[in-house]
Design a protein. Structure first.
Lengths: 442, 471
């Protein structure tokens, strides 16, 4: 089954890539891996390449070849995909992977802390040996945007990026976004939270402007009388921004995305206003009412992270969510990211994409919503099959979104990883005949 | 037996005081009005929606009984399935072209909290669990159901025709569940499945001991849980004996005093009498094994285990005792007792002779896709040595579910004479892309994906100007 048919754009780009290939061929000294004869869903303008080859070296994709070019492939290892579908590794988001092993076991939970504030960096607690990681690979997930719950503050901490290699260096990026939660409250008013956020940004913005003026004046002074030097030093010490201020300053500078949980259309509009005013790199999560303000979201290039299965009016903030939201938002020009927030079952991400397709999203857009769109929003060098990108790849037995399909092979950073988890060991134990107690079956 | 007892009784009484002899021996004694418990005080008022004689032609039929019939016609008349065959020619029936489409029995969810934990999930709607005592067998879920829960409509669009609404799992005995027809109604009685037995929700494990342990009352441990069940069954057994004796004595013409009515024990007695079916939230192998033995100890059927995460460890035991088990395909990790999940759980349970494996939802979201939930199990199991087909997997969400609810003589399969509870799917229902196109309950169309006239909207959603309603 053809997932993406975009052959018209493939040809001219293939020509461009031939040049790169000739560059790759001499590098036979480094360990190269070639995945040949694959139906490559690049999630780039190249679209789908039939019977193509992907060359991997040092954890990166170094070449993508058409069927014709593939005839001359040389590599240390060649894997014949036999025409099956190769996609970028899927990127899940907004879960607590590696921060929660068992939900109701408090000592295995590190995603929240009552005292957590804007500086909360849960990546320090990330456990790459969590059993959720190999299980999630069954769903073709190679990376995840992990998001903390925080505490009482509206600032929940920093989202961070991990790969699912289960190695001790799997935290790829820290401080990938500042997480804020807004909206309906059981005590108090949502207005106050919106004010807190706006005031924090406004105060920091003013302080930065003031510091800029002071800095300019100081420079003028430095050129003048000698006696001002000591004074200047003091002023600098006082002005050194505190940790939380630095974080807000990074938001204002557009260095870090602001990742906000919000659903009701009025909250989304306030956020859109803040983005315009402070030129923020804004991403909205939940976004149940997003369809009501899809034009504004599209024109301000605000990505939204939605759950494709959300169609119940769980609160008065989410009366307008439906199974067709992902499709309708995409059609309106909004960059949509699909997410399965349930940490333990983020493997279902591909089924969410399938359900979005069943409800009007194109297969191309659905694949982008779990790969390239996530990568773009969080500045990851992944999520596409393109030269220079991380070799996070999945080879599927058939259509990646179908229930009947399974992962055949999965690579993270060019290394093949297993999809076997503790669950398989338990299944095998209880389906293997033995005259001894099960505990002896290993 | 009775006659002999009567004689012995009379002889004994003669030996006792005269006054007693007078009251007990006179057959002509005036009896007070018989006290009897009305077991159906909130009767169903459900009426099928307008029905039409309907013929679906040339579809692939999964019967729910383990059969697949290709290119089949299904005729239903007056709410019942009248003919299943090929090239049926029925002049006066509504004809539906089923080419390329699939027919299954109406989907049944044995574990739902729709209506009792409805959307929106505001405090005012948190009516699903009377968390004030470990034994609240006296509460009935039907008295909490909000029939305007928009989730009922969404579930119908996913092919759900029958569902059991259960109380939550905080208590050892959570109260009675109720089985509903998934039709729109502004009363709960209007949805009640006529003649369906009541269920009694029980719960094992972490939830009861956590909820009551925190309050520093029993149970605070798993052994406390078991003591709680046993003590309740012991009391209920006495209650039953008292009523049985009252009824027997009255039948003998005596004028006994009726036992004092106890609503908690009414429900438990209903189980001991075999009228109410147990639905037991129970994850772990060792706990299910104990629950089976408690049933034997107090002489009742241990019924259906729900959320049986570890059922695969005791598949033989469950089948041998006639327990149904309702399971998720993949939920895990949210509690310690949900840590040992395997994706083939349902298939492993199903593989034993006389088993009764069920896929349930416990969710307003996945109830909309039980076909996909069952599909996931089938495909994962087939990747690991099973050879399951669509005709097998459909049973987990139809006939086996009907069996657990005690309505398998009425619904759950495409068979002659059974209720025409049917779903017409636009393709193989075990595809991620499948949609229920038309849904029938008692032969009446209750949902049509392509006809807004058959898409009900709850009072709550009406006039909310949603995009979905085209506003």
């Amino acid at each position: 089954m053809k997932l993406i048919s975009n052959t018209s754009t493939v040809k001219p780009l293939i020509i461009a890539i031939t040049a790169v290939f000739t560059f790759v061929v001499p590098c036979t000294n480094a360990a190269t891996l070639a995945i040949t004869n694959a139906t490559i869903h690049t999630v780039t303008e190249q679209g789908t390449i039939n019977n193509g080859t992907v060359i991997i070296e040092n954890g990166k994709i170094t070449a993508i070849l058409s069927a014709k070019e593939s005839e001359a492939v040389k590599a240390d290892k060649i894997i014949d995909a036999k025409g099956k579908i190769l996609t970028p590794g899927l990127i899940s988001s907004m879960n607590q992977l590696g921060l929660v092993e068992v939900g109701a076991v408090s000592t295995t939970r590190d995603a929240a802390d009552k005292k957590a504030d804007i500086t909360f960096d849960a990546s320090l607690a990330f456990n790459p040996k969590s059993t959720v990681i190999p299980y999630s690979r069954k769903g073709g997930i190679t990376r995840s945007i992990v998001s903390p719950y925080g505490g009482e503050s509206i600032f929940k901490g920093h989202a961070f990026v991990v790969d699912l290699s289960a190695s001790f260096d799997s935290v790829i990026a820290k401080n990938s976004a500042v997480v804020v939660a807004l909206g309906a409250k059981s005590e108090g008013s949502r207005a106050l939270d919106l004010q807190i956020l706006a005031n924090k940004l406004e105060d920091a913005d003013k302080k930065l402007a003031k510091a800029k003026i002071t800095a300019e004046n100081s420079t003028t002074d430095a050129n003048g009388a000698k006696g001002t030097k000591a004074k200047k030093g003091n002023a600098k010490k006082e002005d050194e921004p505190k940790r939380d201020e630095k974080i807000i300053n990074d938001l204002l500078a557009g260095n870090t995305p602001l990742l906000v949980y919000a659903d009701r259309a009025t909250d989304l509009l306030v956020l859109i206003g803040l983005k315009k005013r402070f030129n923020l790199d804004l991403i909205i999560v939940g976004a149940a009412d997003a369809e009501l303000v899809s034009k504004q979201l599209a024109s301000e290039n605000i990505p939204v992270i939605v759950n494709a299965m959300d169609n119940l009016p769980g609160s008065f903030d989410s009366l307008h969510t439906s199974l067709t939201s992902a499709a309708n938002l995409t059609a309106a020009g909004v960059k949509v990211i699909l997410s399965v927030a349930d940490t333990h079952n983020m493997y279902q991400l591909r089924f969410s994409a399938g359900n979005a397709v069943a409800n009007g999203l194109s297969k191309e857009d659905a694949l982008a919503a779990i790969t390239a769109n996530v990568a773009d929003s969080f500045s990851l060098n992944a999520g596409r099959i393109a030269i220079g990108y991380a070799a996070d790849l999945v080879l599927w037995s058939a259509d990646p979104f179908e229930l009947s399909t399974q992962v055949e092979k999965i690579w993270i950073g060019g290394k093949e990883v297993s999809t076997t988890s503790r669950h398989d060991a338990l299944r095998d134990r209880y389906t293997t005949q033995s005259n001894m107690p099960r505990a002896y079956t290993k | 037996m009775l006659k002999q007892n009567q004689t012995n009784f009379a002889v004994k009484l003669l030996a006792i005081t005269v006054s007693l002899t007078l009251t007990a021996c006179l057959n002509s004694e005036v009896q007070d009005a018989k006290i009897s418990i009305n077991t159906n005080p909130y009767p169903s008022t459900y009426q099928p929606l307008p029905q039409q004689k309907t013929l679906i032609q040339s579809a692939t039929v999964l019967t729910g009984t383990g059969q697949r019939i290709d290119n089949a016609d299904v005729l239903f008349v007056d709410g019942k399935i009248q003919q299943i065959g090929q090239n049926l020619e029925i002049q006066d029936a509504v004809q539906i072209d089923g080419k390329g489409k699939w027919i299954t029995p109406g989907i049944i969810d044995v574990h739902s909290h729709l209506g009792v934990y409805p959307s929106p999930s505001v405090e005012s709607h948190a009516d699903g669990n009377e968390m004030t005592s470990p034994n609240t067998s006296e509460v009935w879920a039907e008295h909490s159901v909000w029939p305007q829960d928009p989730g009922f409509q969404k579930a119908r669009a996913g092919g759900i025709t029958t569902l059991q609404i259960l109380p939550g799992s905080a208590n050892l005995f959570g109260g009675r569940g109720v089985t509903l027809r998934n039709v729109p109604s502004h009363t709960t009685q209007g949805m009640k499945f006529p003649q369906a037995p009541y269920g009694l929700k029980m719960a094992c494990g972490e939830n009861p001991k956590r909820v009551y342990g925190k309050k520093n009352i029993t149970p605070s441990t798993r052994m406390g849980n078991v003591a709680g069940y046993r003590s309740a069954w012991a009391q209920a057994s006495e209650y039953k004996r008292a009523w049985d004796k009252y009824n027997a004595d009255y039948a003998l013409g005596k004028n006994p005093q009726a036992p004092k009515r106890n609503l908690t024990n009414d429900t438990l007695k209903g189980v001991l009498d075999g009228d109410i079916l147990i639905h037991n939230h129970c994850y772990k192998a060792e706990e299910m094994a104990v629950m089976i033995d408690i049933g034997k100890e107090f002489n009742y059927k241990s019924g259906t285990f729900h959320h049986g995460i570890e059922a695969y460890k005791i598949a033989d035991l469950l089948a041998a005792n006639g327990n149904c088990v309702a399971m998720w395909p993949d939920w895990w990790g949210f509690k310690m007792e949900a840590y040992d999940m395997v994706q083939e759980n349902v298939a492993i349970v199903d593989a034993i002779k006389n088993s009764c494996a069920i896929v349930h939802s416990d969710s307003g979201t996945t109830i909309q896709r039980l076909n996909q939930e069952a599909g996931k199990v089938m495909y994962r199991a087939n990747e690991n040595g099973f050879d399951l087909k669509a005709k097998d997997a459909i049973r987990w969400i139809t006939l086996n579910a009907a069996k657990a609810l005690g309505v398998d003589d009425k619904t759950g399969s495409v068979e002659l004479g059974k209720k025409a509870d049917l779903v017409l799917w636009d393709q193989n229902p075990f595809s991620v892309y499948a949609h229920a196109e038309q849904v029938f309950i008692d032969g009446a169309k209750v949902y049509d994906r392509h006809d807004k006239a058959y898409q009900a909207i709850s009072d709550f959603m009406l006039g909310q100007h949603t995009i979905e309603q085209g506003e």
